[in-house]
Design a protein. Sequence first.
Length: 175
Amino acid sequence: MEDLSLHILDIAENALRAHASRIEIVISSDSRNDLLTIEVSDDGKGMDPDTLAKVRDPFFTTKRKKTGLGIPLIAQAAELAEGKFAIESTSGKGTRVKAVFRLSHIDRPAVGDMAGTVLTLIAGHPEVDILYEEGGMARSADWIQRRSSMNSRACRSTSRQSLQPYEQCSIRILS
């Protein structure tokens, strides 16, 4: 995948297939320690220990297709950028994916269009709470609208109402 936002979208789609009602995405950079950290956690159905043990195998998938490249690709990208990858999951409780990259590494992919990624998730899944934080700063729906390359004109409000125009929307951010 070209950039990290696409990896994040893939992980979030996995959470949606696991019936998550809440997905948290946190991106933080630490220039002092030269780290970029991405964490995606959800409250979906989680994975049993057997499935969790196989998740980094590119030929393992729970979908109908024959390969499951999303997790192995982000794990490889993190490791190529002198970082690390971890995934934790508890059946019935959810999953947490964490990828750490050396911030200045030449092979670290660009973060990419996070505004478009978050907006895609919100517009496509109005029943799900999407929580997004970047660099310790809350990102509003207005920020996402201004930076999004998407033409969609709707997002979900935090009150679980139906699709509304951007001007009436907000995104809840966990601190």
